[in-house]
Design a protein around this ligand. Structure first.
Ligand code: ADP
Length: 161
């Protein structure tokens, strides 16, 4: 039985992430989406909110679950018994950073294999940060995020009474 983790900030989870979840869940027996507690980024959603949104979004996949983690991703992988880490690669933005992290993780945990799935064409330019900007400006999020995330974004950016 092969367990894989799919770690990330997921602030919030998008249809691009979900496309990777769908494809990875068809390859591995179990996929654990790891919501990183304290990324070096300014976040819009709390860890609890990010986990809740991710859990709702992956609820239709029988072999996928979402949980928060803190500390090193390789330690999280070890803790849940994962042999594989999954990441999504967009054409222009991800390669160098992913390569750098992969080399470091290999040094820290030589047994953990990295599997990168190429982002699908329609999600190449979809990022959580860009869509937060669009949401803030009241733009349409159709096809970019699941309904629960669209609602949560609308609520976050609703003008205060
Ligand atoms: P991180 O802070 O670790 O980059 P993200 O939530 O931004 O966390 O992304 C998690 C993973 O999903 C990363 O491997 C990222 O490259 C990938 N990813 C992000 N957006 C997309 C997308 N539109 N299509 C495919 N993969 C994506």
């Amino acid at each position: 039985m092969t367990i894989a983790i799919y770690p990330g900030s997921f602030d919030p989870i998008t249809n691009g992430h979900l496309d990777i979840v769908r494809r990875a869940s068809a390859i591995f027996d179990e996929l654990i989406l790891g919501v990183y507690d304290r990324p070096e980024k300014r976040l819009l959603f709390s860890t609890e909110e990010r986990v809740k949104l991710a859990r709702e979004a992956v609820s239709t996949f029988k072999n996928v679950r979402a949980q928060a983690y803190s500390g090193l991703t390789v330690d999280f992988a070890r803790k849940v018994g994962a042999k594989v880490m999954v990441r999504g690669l967009r054409m222009s933005s991800d390669f160098e950073r992913e390569f750098e992290m992969a080399m470091m993780n290999k040094k820290l945990a030589p047994d953990l294999e990295l599997v990168c799935l190429m982002a699908s064409l329609q999600y190449q330019f979809l990022s959580s940060s860009l869509l937060k900007e669009v949401a803030q400006l009241g733009g349409c999020l159709e096809d970019m995020v699941p309904v629960n995330v669209a609602n949560a974004l609308r609520k976050k950016f609703a003008p205060s009474p």
